[in-house]
Design a protein around this ligand. Structure first.
Ligand code: SF4
Length: 493
């Protein structure tokens, strides 16, 4: 059998980093790790091809070559996924859809020949056998969540590694918390499941052998969901790093209670973690309680962020507007909080009720759901009726984005971060970094509207934080993406 694994396009959002990636000569941030894992689960004698439409074209020749097309994606990729399924159907090519999107929508809505609901590890062998025998069922649904020990080494050979800015590994799935709007706990559960340390180190070995020398995103739902196991892994990763010349800078996602554990933060620093994404959501305690985000309550949020930054770990933050408890002053409070936090990468979005979540179920019972949402919380689409007047909410959201991504406000946050956060790992000087520096000087320093702020920022960084200059440059380039996206958002007003 010839299997064509296809990854649909992501729309251009704050998350895509598209405008920053062009500085590096890269086409996408991360490869499709899920499909690379599925490829490794398929029978060894199958021929496999992977087309990530974020970095290459899906050609008619690819479709003509295949016996079956396997697609995976997230909610936000739904539109392009539907187009590809349609294209395959028109050619008579059998389609299988899996991944998080298959858990969020009824199987018939995806219009594929076969839908795989749940995690792939326990399902792919049966699906492959049935496809070969010509008796595959319309739906394959996992009855249990598989142990991570059954997850194979993702097939790196299928991707064009040089087109991505970051490689990925996954250590755990699931999160012990219970945030009302979260779909992760619905799909992957509240009991964190982890890979064995040896599995993770084997993935790092494989990346290093393939020549990778840059960032590696540990794409867990919550890396510290099981703190004890995370500490064991971090000890092994630090040893591995020392033995291999510290080839990678790690990034991950975690919960804010990381700030309560000095040993864990020190272990992350020693293992080479340079940044962590945290769901902070809102500075409003009442909203946090209402959303069951209890791990963020009864604490000084700014102090927690600063504690993590002092370990040399940049904090990236997720923020949400549109909670039922939001009051008129929430927009000003959000801007004030973000500016004081020293969080340059502040992903502020409007609340969307994702299908399958507790929030979706509650709003549906209250008759407030409008549609299934599009998975992009930055495009001003509201899929439910908010308590605040929708026009006021959207206008307030736009005003927050305008204020936090003005050149001055953004660089002020980066300067604050640099003053607190001495990086443990400054990264490697690569061709892509040099290219980004040259492009940044031309686009931001010579042609950009914020060039005076840019030069003032770079000079301050070079004089006061020379050891962090690489971090400063990286954040300047990311700032270009956020500023372009914000210009586009404001043009839609
Ligand atoms: S901490 Fe994050 S992953 Fe965990 S339940 Fe809350 S939103 Fe979901």
């Amino acid at each position: 059998m010839k299997a064509l694994l296809i990854y649909p396009k992501f729309p251009d959002t704050y998350w895509s980093f598209k405008h920053a990636l062009s500085f590096l000569g890269k086409r996408a941030a991360q490869p499709p790790l899920g499909l690379m894992t599925v490829a490794a689960l398929l029978p060894a004698d199958w021929k496999k091809r992977l087309v990530d439409t974020n970095v290459e074209r899906l050609t008619d020749a690819d479709l003509a070559w295949a016996d079956v097309a396997l697609l995976s994606g997230m909610h936000v990729q739904r539109e392009h996924l539907a187009e590809i399924v349609e294209r395959c159907r028109a050619r008579g090519l059998r389609t299988v859809v899996g991944g998080p999107i298959a858990s969020s929508f009824p199987a018939e809505a995806l219009k594929a020949d076969h839908v795989v609901v749940g995690e792939a590890e326990d399902l792919v062998a049966t699906l492959a056998r049935d496809l070969e025998a010509g008796r595959a069922r319309p739906v394959y649904e996992a009855t249990e969540r598989p142990a991570m020990s059954t997850s194979p080494l993702p097939d790196l050979s299928l991707i064009k590694m040089g087109r991505y800015s970051t490689m990925t590994v996954q250590y755990s799935r699931g999160c012990p918390f219970n945030c009302e709007f979260c779909d992760i706990i619905e799909i992957y559960g509240r009991k964190p499941r982890t890979k064995a340390t040896e599995q993770v180190l084997a993935e790092l070995d494989r990346l290093q052998q393939a020549g990778w020398r840059d960032s590696v995103f540990v794409v867990d739902d919550n890396f510290i969901g099981n703190k004890r196991r995370a500490k064991d892994l971090l000890t092994a990763m630090a040893e591995w790093g020392r033995a291999h010349g510290r080839p990678f800078r790690f990034i991950t996602e975690a919960s804010l209670n990381l700030a309560d554990d000095p040993e864990l933060m020190q272990s992350m620093k020693d293992a080479g973690f340079s940044a962590v994404f945290l769901g902070i959501e809102t500075p409003d305690e009442a909203s946090l309680v209402a959303n069951h985000k209890m791990q963020n309550t009864k604490r000084d949020l700014l102090e927690s962020v600063q504690t993590i930054q002092h370990y040399g770990i940049e904090v990236m933050g997720g923020f949400i507007l549109g909670f039922d408890t939001d009051r008129e002053d929430v927009f000003d409070r959000m801007v004030e909080f973000i500016q004081k936090s020293g969080i340059p990468v502040a992903m502020v979005g409007l609340l969307q009720a994702m299908p399958g979540t507790q929030l979706f179920r509650r709003l549906r019972s209250e008759g407030r759901i409008l549609d299934a949402g599009d998975g992009d919380n930055t495009d001003c689409h509201l899929n439910f009726i908010p308590r605040m007047a929708p026009a006021r909410l959207v206008a307030g959201y736009r005003s927050v984005m305008r204020r936090i991504y003005s050149h001055e406000a953004y660089y002020a946050r980066v300067r604050l971060l640099l003053s607190r956060c001495r990086p443990a790992h400054t990264g490697h000087l690569t061709y892509a970094n040099l290219r980004a520096l040259a492009t940044s000087i031309v686009r931001q320093g010579l042609l950009g509207r914020g060039r005076f702020s840019y030069w003032r920022f770079l000079l301050t960084a070079a004089i006061r934080y020379p050891r962090s200059f690489g971090v400063a440059m990286t954040l300047a380039v990311k700032g270009y993406h956020f500023q372009r996206m914000t210009e586009r958002l404001l043009e839609q007003e």
